[in-house]
Design a protein around this ligand. Structure first.
Ligand code: DGY
Length: 438
C-alpha cells in the first residue's frame, strides 16, 4: 500500500518536472517555478532522483538578483493560465533584478538553507552532494544577508515581509486586520482572475482580497521595488513567525554545512551573530503568553495580531522555544487543533469565528506545514504527537489523492473526499515521499 502511494507520488513529481530544470507546483493553477515549493520539491526528489533535486535548486538560484534577493516566482516560460504574470510584476524596475529571467519582486519563506542540509542528510553519495552544496551555499548565505540588511529596519533580528504572498499563507485571516487599514485607499482593480478557472471560487481568496494583493505591489512598483521605500510606505509590513522561523532554521543549517565544508569562519561568525540576535528577539516579541502560542506582529500598525495559525507552531522546527515553552505550545496545539474529530493540523484556529475548513489558508490542512510540524515535534521529543501528524497526512493523501490542501474535519470524509485546490500538487507528493522514507 505505502509502496504504491510512493510510486504515485514519484509519478506526480516527474510529470510536473520541466526539462528546463524546474518543477511546477501543479498544472494550470501554478505553471511556473515557485520559491518555497521548489525547496520542498527538491527534498522529495532527493529520495529517488538527486539530479533533479539539485537541478531544482540551481535553477531557482540562477534567478537570484544581484542584491541576494530570491523572487517568489520565476517566469521561465509563457503561460496565460496564471494571473498576475510577468507583465504585471515588472521585476525589471529594480536595477539589480535578474537580467536573465522575468520574476516577481516579492519573495517567500527562506527554506533553501535547510533544504541543502536535507539533501545532504538524504544523499547516499555524500561527497557528490557536498560538492554541489559548495557551489550553491554562498548564494543562500547572500540571500540571508539581504534579509538582515534590508528587511530589518529597527535592527531587531526579526525580518519583515511586505506582502501576504511572501508569507506563503496567502489569505490567512491574520491579514484581515491589515486589509481593514487599507480598505479606503485600495481601488477596485479591473483584472481577470485565472485561478478560479481551475479551482472552485469557494476554495480561493475573494476578488476584493486580490485588490489588496495587487495594490501593495503597485506601491512597490511605483518605487521600483526599493526596500527603503517599501519599509517606509508599504501598508503591509509584518514580522511573520513562519518566515522568521525558516530563516533561523536555515541560518543553523548553513552554520552546520559551512563547518563540514571548512574554511568559512567569517561566515559562520556572522551567522552565529544573526542567531544570537534573532532567537531571543523572536521569543520576546512574537510569543503571546496568554494564547500560549507565537503570533504575527504588524510592524506598520505596531500591534501584535493575536490569532493562532499553523505558522504559530513552526518555531518548533526552528529550534526556537525552550523545552518548557515547547510544552506550552504543544498544549495549545492539542487543545485547539488536536480533537479526535479533526485531522492535524488545521491552518487556522478551528475555534475562531473566521475558521473556514475549505478555503485555502483559512482552515485547511497543508502538507508542508504538517511536515514542519512533524520534524518540529520530533525535535522536542513529542514522538507520539509527531507520529499522529505523519499518519494523518498519509491518511488524507491515501483517501483523496495529492491535493493542495485538505479539510480538517473527519466527519466530512464519510460522505466525500475533501481534498481542495490544485490536484497532483508537487509538494504534497514530495513531502509524502520524505515522510514515508523516514
Ligand atoms: C497564488 O497565486 O495563489 C500564489 O500562491 C501566489 O504565490
Amino acid at each position: 500500500m505505502e509502496r504504491k502511494l510512493r510510486e504515485k507520488a514519484k509519478k506526480v513529481l516527474n510529470a510536473n518536472y520541466n526539462e528546463e530544470g524546474f518543477t511546477i507546483p501543479c498544472e494550470g493553477l501554478y505553471p511556473f517555478q515557485w520559491k518555497w515549493d521548489s525547496g520542498f520539491i527538491a527534498i522529495g526528489f532527493a529520495h529517488f532522483d538527486m539530479f533533479k533535486a539539485k537541478k531544482e535548486v540551481t535553477t531557482l538560484l540562477d534567478a537570484q538578483w544581484e542584491n541576494g534577493f530570491i523572487p517568489h516566482i520565476v517566469f521561465h516560460n509563457e503561460s496565460d493560465s496564471y494571473f498576475p504574470g510577468p507583465d504585471f510584476h515588472k521585476s525589471e524596475l529594480h536595477p539589480l533584478a535578474s537580467k536573465k529571467y522575468k520574476t516577481t519582486g516579492i519573495t517567500q519563506p527562506p527554506v533553501l538553507g535547510f533544504v541543502l542540509q536535507e539533501l545532504y542528510r538524504i544523499a547516499n553519495d555524500k561527497i557528490d552532494v557536498l560538492n554541489f552544496i559548495k557551489t550553491e551555499i554562498d548564494k543562500v548565505y547572500n540571500n540571508h544577508k539581504y534579509f538582515y540588511e534590508n528587511r530589518d529596519p529597527n535592527n531587531e533580528g526579526l525580518v519583515y515581509i511586505y506582502h501576504n504572498w511572501e508569507s506563503g499563507t496567502d489569505n490567512s485571516p491574520i491579514w484581515d486586520s491589515v486589509w481593514e487599514t487599507m480598505e479606503k485607499d485600495t481601488p477596485h482593480y479591473k483584472f481577470e482572475r485565472r485561478d478560479t478557472t481551475h479551482v472552485d471560487a469557494s476554495q480561493r481568496p475573494s476578488s476584493r482580497e486580490y485588490d489588496y494583493y495587487l495594490h501593495i505591489i503597485e506601491i512597490a512598483k511605483a518605487n521600483n521595488y526599493d526596500d527603503v521605500k517599501i519599509a517606509e510606505l508599504s501598508p503591509f509590513l509584518i514580522q511573520d513567525p513562519l518566515f522568521n522561523a525558516m530563516l533561523i532554521k536555515s541560518n543553523q543549517a548553513l552554520i552546520d554545512l559551512y563547518k563540514i565544508i571548512g574554511n568559512n569562519d567569517d561566515k559562520i561568525k556572522t551567522l552565529k551573530d544573526w542567531q544570537s540576535k534573532s532567537k531571543p528577539a523572536f521569543n520576546d516579541k512574537l510569543f503571546d503568553k496568554e494564547l500560549g502560542a507565537y503570533v504575527h506582529y504588524d510592524l506598520r500598525n505596531e500591534r501584535p495580531i493575536r490569532m493562532i495559525t499553523s505558522s504559530s507552531f513552526s518555531p518548533l522546527f526552528g529550534g526556537i522555544p525552550s523545552q518548557e515553552r515547547a510544552g506550552v505550545l504543544v498544549n495549545t496545539l492539542k487543545a485547539k487543533f488536536g480533537g479526535d474529530d479533526k485531522y492535524l493540523c488545521a491552518s487556522f484556529d478551528p475555534e475562531n469565528e473566521n475558521f473556514n475548513p475549505k478555503k485555502y489558508w483559512r482552515g485547511p490542512v497543508w502538507v508542508n506545514l504538517n511536515w514542519l510540524l512533524y520534524y518540529g515535534l520530533m525535535n522536542y521529543g513529542y514522538d507520539d504527537l509527531a507520529l499522529r501528524v505523519k499518519n494523518d497526512t498519509i491518511e488524507l493523501i491515501t483517501k483523496c489523492g495529492f491535493y493542495e490542501y485538505f479539510d480538517p474535519r473527519k466527519e466530512i470524509y464519510k460522505k466525500e473526499c475533501s481534498g481542495y485546490g490544485g490536484n497532483n500538487f508537487s509538494w504534497t507528493a514530495a513531502l509524502l515521499i520524505d515522510l514515508l522514507d523516514n
